[in-house]
Design a protein around this ligand. Structure first.
Ligand code: NAD
Length: 253
């Protein structure tokens, strides 16, 4: 049977690909035929994911880059082009959170969140688009959050940064549609990864969270990766500028 999600011949770069959602995307993209560039600040962790990719007979490179730094972004794209000659899919997945009531938040936390969730995504997209424009094709997938559309307490700065991700997704899609660069985002709900493992280790917190999810389970990285695969594949070629919620129904409660 034909695989409508086939990515054979495509090159994907995933920021924050060393673990969590990004690592699962690297595996699932490779499983469906893509070559993958795995990026985070931790090269060793990226190498482990890249090794899994090569075990599936796809090519992979592991890169250490701090994507909040323009110099690192440019060098990561240069290495990608030197190695693979093109870039078809960029996933802006690297992100971070800080949980605090607004009254206790600090300037350092604000800068930390905005540098990784917004500045990095903005300039990674800009630099990737410069590669994709002459190719006349490309897909950019941004990872937002349901916290970007719901006003959850204690994550005000994070939520606002993820709302801006949805906005940039629309703006980029509008500016770059003429080059056949499609830009969409995914808004995950609560997914079991390192980003929230400390909070969810408390059974009372976990129980409270599960009661807020109609499907009564945490999301798994594969739930998000499935949407990232759909958006990377050719079946979604008439979709751009959109944000897709994947949250077990949490946002409808
Ligand atoms: P995670 O903490 O497990 O992974 C984050 C990744 O980003 C790591 O690989 C980390 O090394 C990388 N990273 C962070 N700062 C970086 C930098 N400056 N340069 C390069 N890499 C950097 O988290 P996750 O749960 O896999 O989250 C992935 C994305 O999904 C994030 O954008 C997060 O905001 C979003 N998200 C997660 C959830 C959830 O419940 N897990 C929910 C909504 C949105």
């Amino acid at each position: 049977m034909e695989n409508v999600l086939d990515l054979t011949g495509k090159v994907a770069l995933i920021t924050g690909g060393s673990r969590g959602l990004g690592a699962q995307m690297a595996r699932d993209y490779a499983k469906n035929g893509a070559d993958v560039v795995v990026v985070s600040r931790n090269k060793e962790a990226c190498e482990e994911v890249a090794h899994e990719v090569t075990q599936m007979n796809r090519r992979a490179i592991a890169l250490s880059a701090d994507v909040t730094k323009m110099r690192d972004i440019q060098s990561m794209l240069k290495t990608t082009i030197d190695e693979f000659g093109k870039l078809d899919i960029l996933v802006n997945n690297a992100g971070a959170n800080a949980t605090n009531p607004v009254l206790e938040a600090t300037e350092e936390e604000w800068d930390f969140i905005y540098n990784i969730n917004l500045k990095a995504l903005y300039f990674c997209s800009q630099q990737a688009a410069k590669v994709m424009i002459p190719q006349k094709s490309g897909k950019i997938i941004n990872i937002s959050s349901i916290g970007g559309s719901r006003a959850y307490r204690n994550i005000a700065a994070y939520g606002a940064s993820k709302a801006a991700v949805m906005h940039l997704t629309r703006t980029f899609s509008n500016e770059w549609a003429r080059y056949n660069i499609l830009v969409n985002s995914i808004a995950p709900g609560l997914i079991a990864t390192d980003i929230n493992k400390d909070d969810l280790a408390d059974p009372k917190v976990l129980d409270r969270m599960l009661k807020m999810i109609p499907l009564r389970r945490l999301g798994q990285p594969s739930d998000i990766s499935a949407m990232a695969l759909f958006l990377a594949s050719d079946v979604s070629n008439y979709i751009t500028g959109q944000t897709f919620i994947v949250d077990g129904g949490k946002s409808v409660e």
